[in-house]
Write a protein that binds this ligand. Structure first.
Ligand code: DGT
Ligand code: CA
Ligand code: CA
Ligand code: ZN
Length: 577
């Protein structure tokens, strides 16, 4: 055991003692010892055999010296193990959060029952910390930031949107160096919601020059490996990126190989073998002769397959379809006529109605649904009926004055704990479009969450369920849910499921979108924009749709406004007079 690990155990002991309300001198003794050990030049294990050497260290008496020996012999010490079992592991994790510390953790535990990072996140989201002694507005805000940071530490995969920034910068750098045929392969090209590392390819006969150009990119922090045809770098504050330079004759085969997925590649190789061909990253070979390799189309053709869009290459049935030449015509960004999920500064968005409308118009949208939060979402200054109607009058005015884009009157309803909705029917009936979502108090019991959402699905004036699983990538798991039951109900009721393109949501997950499609569900793509720049997130909603194999006729916002209105559930609603 090395000194830092021993010091960590003493620090942990001090934290636990503090949680336990122990005497401050005991706490301090462990902290001091931890510091001394960390700063020590000699390994403790070299001192431990000399009975006097340990106690001669500043801050270490006979008691702590014995504990050091115990750690060296057994890996830990009994007093620590005992205290560990006394407190939920989550409590200690909480004390590690900058700005908390054992005393405040204890206070939160005793007043609000908070015992884990998850508990704290929920309490913050529900605004329950306000009012606890010592937790002012500033410290609450800081806690939220720290919580986000803690959740993204460790083994984290990059969001697709982040990966895109790096890819674009690198491709531009390579193109400016005179390399025109460059692409990012790997999970990025498959448009997976998170990306591990970047796999770039360049077609060139000047490999070394391309590699030189790549490693000279200003964002490179460290060159991990460099050869004449490939290099690996770590980007500053970013991911690892690899570049391979391949001959133009091999480019299609390399692109296919490095796009993956691995499972897809395995299937392809099996097909090649069955045809007595060899497939690798250099081409398709019949004996020694290369029969394909320059383009991907050529490679798939040589295997008797239709070219497969990268988003489908997950060995989920796409190869069988390609064999029969019946791959779906996947939806494209340009098929999308409007966006049906956006917020304004009336709640937690940044921009005004007019600014959102102008930005959506610039993107070529025909319509934009404004779906600010309903009143329950107090953190976001949710709208009550009165403020909502005010906004709708404003929308009427804007629609009369500005041409080219129609703002739709919408609302993002919070589904209450018992499944009831947050606004009365007479208000909902005046809307053009209503999405419901679960923001607060998701249960650990899947039946309860399912029941809550089903009540919204059954409501004649709820058109869609927004971000149906509630996941936040790298931060929050989906709430437990009987998804199949939800999807069936949506299909039966004509309720849409949203594919939310917000980069940290990408919700539904693609495999669930695929499953829902099989149940007959129709979808709506939404960006959940909270600023004008977010309207561009539509490409990520499209990514989910494509990975789920969806065609445009499954997606209501690929319709013009008339078609959209007709296909909404509310079009069948006749209020009882
Ligand atoms: P990532 O980076 O974890 O998000 O996922 P990918 O899919 O980008 O995987 P990565 O970067 O390990 O490799 C890129 C592609 O290269 C992968 O999708 C398929 C291909 N590949 C890499 N290693 C192997 C392998 O051992 N066997 C096969 N068949 N293909 C491989
Ligand atoms: Ca990769
Ligand atoms: Ca890689
Ligand atoms: Zn929203």
């Amino acid at each position: 055991m090395e000194n830092p690990a021993i010091a960590d155990q003493f620090d942990e002991m001090a934290d636990l003692l503090e949680l336990d309300g122990a005497n401050v001198f005991r706490v301090r003794a462990y902290r001091n010892a931890a510091r001394v050990i960390r700063d020590l030049g000699t390994p403790l294990r070299d001192l431990a055999h000399d009975p006097k050497a340990l106690v001669e260290l500043p801050g270490i008496g006979t008691d702590l010296a014995a504990k050091i020996r115990e750690i060296l012999e057994t890996g830990t010490f009994k007093a620590l193990a005992e205290l560990r079992s006394k407190f939920p592991a989550g409590l200690l994790e909480l004390t590690r959060l900058p700005g908390l510390g054992p005393k405040r953790v204890r206070l939160l535990h005793d007043t609000l029952g908070i015992a884990s990072l998850g508990d704290l996140r929920r309490a913050l989201e529900e605004g329950r910390l306000e009012g606890v002694r010592g937790f002012g507005e500033r410290s609450v805000r800081k806690l939220k930031e720290e919580l986000d940071r803690a959740a993204t530490r460790g083994e984290k995969r990059m969001l697709l949107a982040e990966a895109e920034k790096w890819v674009n910068a690198l491709l531009e750098h390579l193109r400016a160096g005179g390399f025109d045929t460059v692409e990012a392969a790997g999970s990025y090209r498959r448009r997976k919601e998170t990306v591990g590392d970047l796999d770039l390819l360049v077609a060139t006969t000047e490999g070394p020059r391309a590699i030189e150009r790549f490693v000279s990119y200003s964002g490179v922090e460290e060159i991990l490996a460099q050869g004449p045809t490939k290099a690996s770098v770590r980007l500053r504050g970013g991911p690892q990126a690899d570049l391979r330079a391949v001959h133009p004759d091999e480019y299609g085969a390399a692109l296919c190989y490095f796009t993956g997925s691995k499972a897809h590649n395995v299937e392809l190789r099996k097909i090649a073998q069955a045809l007595d061909l060899k497939l690798n990253e250099y081409g398709v070979f019949s004996g020694e002769r290369r029969v394909a390799g320059r383009t991907e189309e050529e490679v798939y053709e040589a295997l008797g397959l239709e070219w497969i869009p990268p988003e489908l290459r997950e060995a989920r049935g796409e190869i069988e379809l390609a064999k029969r030449r019946s791959l779906p015509q996947l939806v494209e960004l340009r098929d999308v006529r409007g966006d049906l999920h956006a917020h304004t500064n009336a709640t937690d968005g940044k921009a005004t109605l007019e600014e959102m409308a102008a930005a959506a118009r610039n993107l070529g949208h025909r319509y934009l649904a404004i779906t600010d939060h309903s009143k329950r979402v107090t953190m976001a200054r949710g709208l009550d009926a009165e403020r909502l109607r005010m906004q709708w009058r404003e929308i009427d005015r804007i629609n009369r004055e500005a041409g080219g884009l129609i703002l739709l009157k919408g609302v993002e309803l919070d589904v209450l704990d018992d499944g009831a909705l947050d606004l009365p029917d007479d208000v909902l009936a005046e809307a053009d479009y209503v999405v419901a979502s679960l923001h607060y108090g998701a249960s650990r019991d899947p039946r309860e969450n399912t029941r809550r959402l089903l009540r919204a699905v059954m409501h004649p004036l709820v058109d869609a369920i927004a971000h149906p699983t509630g996941r936040l990538l790298n931060r929050r798991e989906p709430y437990p849910l009987d998804f199949e039951e939800l999807a069936r109900a949506c299909a039966a009721e004509g309720c849409l499921l949203e594919l939310n393109g917000s980069p940290e949501r990408m919700d539904l997950p693609d495999h669930l979108a695929m499953a829902a499609a099989e149940e007959g569900v129709r979808f709506v793509l939404g960006t959940d924009s909270h600023a004008v720049s977010h309207l561009g997130y539509m490409s990520y909603a499209v990514a989910i749709a494509r990975r789920a194999g969806l065609t445009k006729d499954r997606i209501v916002n690929c319709l013009d406004l008339e078609g959209l209105r007709r296909s909404l559930k509310r079009s069948a609603y006749r209020p009882i007079q």
